[in-house]
Design a protein around this ligand. Structure first.
Ligand code: SF4
Length: 391
């Protein structure tokens, strides 16, 4: 297994709902609930789910843009502390307790390598990670020339020493003057833009060009990890393909790790090594990309995959339509959160929350009936057709 770059344990993010004259807290939106996540160096991990499933919040928590309500985030932890932490967490949650007790939280929170416990570690972490948003119009300052948009993070965070590749040694240098100008020109050229573009404002570009500029700004500091939050959703299909190919080339060249957030499963299949499926703030299924598309087990994943359009009008397939709306994350259903829309739901599903467990090698699913579903579905034509749609 390759080196662990990031490890999130027991992450929850609850947003308070304020109301009344006094502005008191009336409840909480459970945006991300009890998520454990490992990201390996050099991979692309896809995070998929409907709007409101918590994937964007998870991306922001992972980047330390927002602090989680509970949980810990570890950057390049050593194997011993990862094992110790996982053991500890399993022990703490084995009795089904939804909330970690104060003392237990303290143990997790103070463990070495937790970025929240060291100011310098946190600062160093932030200089090594970047984000690309869906809408570059709002993420690029309209009053700044492109050369300044790209040079700003270089001035603040610097770039790794020597040849600028992210070798992880930690040494960084801040570029200024002519050296910085030359560096910025090299970056925009690599993105398929030219020197003239440096002296224009963001509104003078098309959507695809603006996204190239946003990627240039992110890649300029030679980060080790980038969260791509729906980077192609607002673009035409032909431009989408160009941006995906650009991202792949940059990953190869700079050995950068991606978390690719999208609701588009076809895009996820094209770019990811591993896929995480989220529903109402929880991870419900996780597997290597080919494995997930070949053997989707969770009923929610099966429905998502069956909705991928196939460019062949003669091909007939079974579409698994989800009934009802996504329940409110402020008041998630009891037991399995998917039980209000699940075609396999039984009594236990509304009372007992299923835990994530490994059903096939490296394939984890949160469903009481995962084994049964896998057995029946793989032998039925229904899921076979569902799988064929993803090819
Ligand atoms: Fe459906 Fe029950 Fe499995 Fe949840 S636990 S996905 S409701 S069968």
């Amino acid at each position: 297994m390759s080196e662990i770059l990031l490890k999130a344990i027991g992450v929850r993010k609850y947003f308070p709902i304020k109301g009344g004259i006094s502005g008191r807290t009336l409840g909480y939106v459970h945006a991300v609930d009890d998520v454990n996540l490992t990201i390996y160096k050099g991979e692309t991990v896809g995070v998929v789910g409907e709007s409101g499933c918590g994937k964007t919040t998870l991306g922001r928590v992972i980047l330390d843009l927002i602090e989680p309500t509970t949980g810990a985030l570890f950057y390049k932890p050593d194997e011993a502390s990862v094992n110790q932490l996982e053991g500890l967490y399993t022990e703490l949650t084995a009795n089904g307790a939804r909330e970690l007790k104060k003392e237990e939280k303290k143990i997790l929170g103070t463990t070495k390598d937790n970025i929240y416990k060291s100011r310098s570690k946190r600062k160093d972490f932030r200089s090594r990670v970047q984000i690309v948003f869906q809408d570059p119009v709002s993420s690029l300052d309209p009053r700044m020339l492109i050369k300044d948009v790209i040079a700003e993070p270089i001035r603040i965070n610097g770039v790794p020493k020597e040849d600028g590749t992210n070798d992880g040694t930690g040494a960084r240098v801040r570029l200024r003057g002519e050296v910085a100008n030359k560096y910025v020109l090299d970056i925009v050229t690599e993105m398929g833009l030219n020197e003239d573009h440096l002296y224009r404002f963001p509104h003078e570009f098309s959507g695809g060009q603006r996204q190239r500029i946003a990627i240039a700004r992110a890649i300029a500091v030679k980060p080790e990890f980038i969260v791509l939050d729906e980077p192609t959703s607002a673009l035409d299909v032909s431009v989408q393909a160009q941006i995906l190919s650009l991202l792949k080339n940059l990953q190869k060249k700079y050995n950068v790790t991606y978390m690719f957030i999208t609701h588009n499963l076809a895009v996820i299949r094209a770019v990811s090594n591993r896929v995480i499926v989220m529903y109402l703030g929880k991870i419900v299924e996780e597997a290597l990309t080919d494995e997930l598309f070949e053997f989707p087990i969770h009923p929610y994943t099966q429905a998502l995959i069956s909705a991928i359009p196939i460019p062949d009008p003669t091909f007939k397939r079974q579409r698994l339509v989800l009934s009802g709306d996504v329940p409110s994350p402020a008041n998630p259903p009891s037991g399995c959160r998917f039980h209000t829309r699940c075609r396999f739901a039984k009594e236990i599903c509304s009372t007992e929350e299923p835990k994530l467990k490994e059903i096939r090698a490296g394939h984890i699913v949160a469903c009481h009936f995962a084994e049964e579903i896998l057995k029946t579905e793989t032998s039925s034509s229904g899921i076979k057709k569902t799988r064929e749609t993803a090819k």
